[in-house]
Design a protein around this ligand. Structure first.
Ligand code: G6P
Length: 372
């Protein structure tokens, strides 16, 4: 009913709007006033966390994309090698696991069979498993050694939105916590990130307030066959997620690429008027990446692409090459996915509506896939 949807036309719109709160709730009580993290629920002894020599993240769908982003944060802040693998592939290749492997299983529902089978396999091999999950008492946390709950609240729409943002928050917390337990050389940076994380909900809110042009743009692309997404660094998984949302909701051909791979193949797809969404990293700090992406935008535009550029406020270098410019607030590089994903969710939702699709219940998909 309309009341259940909080006045929104679809659960998905309600859930997109709830993201600032979902993010804040997931942070609640986990960072104290001095910036220290307390993750008491992570009932894995500090000893085990200190001795872990490898982290393996397993997940499916949107949760897998959260895992891809988590890898950047975990490796950067903890220097522990981190692999991310599709849960459905994991156990079939005889992965190398042991008592010093920490496996992180990310799942909104806690019932995804592929993820459950992966974690069972990991535990059989002696690894410790930490679940990042949104559903209290579901199977995946019950079968794990510990759980870090996301507090997104119930997610009804099949396409995941607020759960994804809270999975990111939980993974950042986990990465920072591991850094705290093991000692990190990034003290100042970590303090700045923790401060920023504590107020990131407000930034997500600001993004939500500026989405009208994104909706208009989406409607204007309703008759397109293909949309491409490009990103680098943490922007690459964001591009993958943007493309997944479009497949799920708009039933369009959509692909996400690492922008650096463009020249190794995907650029052959670029033709007159092809929409290409580009997620631009912050111009600060990692300026090399930024400059490379700006030249990618120029390259595809010279070949006729219609460029839809998602860039930080104040980044003026992209302006001459953007047919459509979507602004997001400046954040530390690793946190950018929390704000950069939101316009892509709105974009896919609006395109689905414009194409007459059922937003909350896309064809052929299930909210939780409990078969392998
Ligand atoms: C299904 C859903 C996706 C979700 C994936 C993993 O395919 O349609 O939206 O990302 O399962 O679900 P989980 O509950 O494990 O996060």
């Amino acid at each position: 009913s309309a009341a259940e949807k909080g006045g929104h036309d679809h659960f998905m719109l309600k859930e997109i709007a709830e993201q600032p709160k979902a993010v804040a709730d997931t942070l609640l009580g986990r960072i104290d006033a001095s910036g220290r993290l307390t993750l008491d629920e992570v009932r894995i002894p500090a000893e085990v966390l200190r001795e872990a020599d490898k982290i393996v993240i397993v997940a499916c769908g949107t949760a897998f994309h959260a895992g891809l982003i988590a890898k950047y944060a975990i490796e950067h802040w903890t220097r522990i090698p981190c692999e991310v693998e599709l849960a459905s592939e994991f156990r079939y290749r005889d992965p190398i696991l042991g008592a010093r492997t920490l496996v992180v299983a990310i799942s909104q529902s806690g019932e995804t069979m592929d993820t459950l089978m992966a974690l069972r396999h990991a535990r059989e091999q002696g690894a410790k498993v930490l679940a990042v999950c949104n559903t209290n008492g579901s199977t995946i946390p019950r079968e794990s050694d510990a759980v870090l709950y996301t507090h997104a609240g119930p997610e009804i729409a099949v396409a995941s939105t607020k759960a994804f943002l809270t999975q990111l928050v939980a993974c950042y917390l986990l990465a920072l916590y591991l850094g705290q337990v093991r000692g990190t050389k990034w003290g100042d940076e970590v303090r700045a990130v923790v401060r920023e994380l504590a107020r990131i909900g407000e930034e997500v809110e600001r993004v939500l307030e500026t989405m009208e042009p994104v909706r208009t743009l989406a409607r204007s692309l309703a008759d397109k066959d293909t949309i491409l997404f490009l990103g680098r660094h943490v922007g690459h998984p964001v591009a993958l997620e943007g493309a997944l949302k479009l497949k799920e909701l708009a039933y369009m051909h959509a692909e996400g690429f690492a922008a650096g791979e463009l020249k190794h193949g995907p650029i052959a797809l670029v033709e007159e008027d092809l929409p290409v969404v580009v997620v631009v990293p912050s111009p600060k700090g990692r300026s090399v990446l930024h400059d490379k992406i700006v030249s990618n935008i120029q390259e595809i535009r010279a070949r006729g692409a219609r460029t839809i550029v998602i860039a930080e406020e104040g980044d003026e270098t992209v302006v001459p090459f953007a047919d459509h410019l979507v602004r997001i607030p400046a954040t530390p590089t690793l946190l950018q996915p929390l704000v950069a994903t939101v316009p892509l969710q709105v974009f896919a939702c609006e395109l689905a509506t414009a194409r007459g699709n059922e937003v909350d219940q896309p064809r052929n998909l299930a909210k939780s896939v409990t078969v392998e």
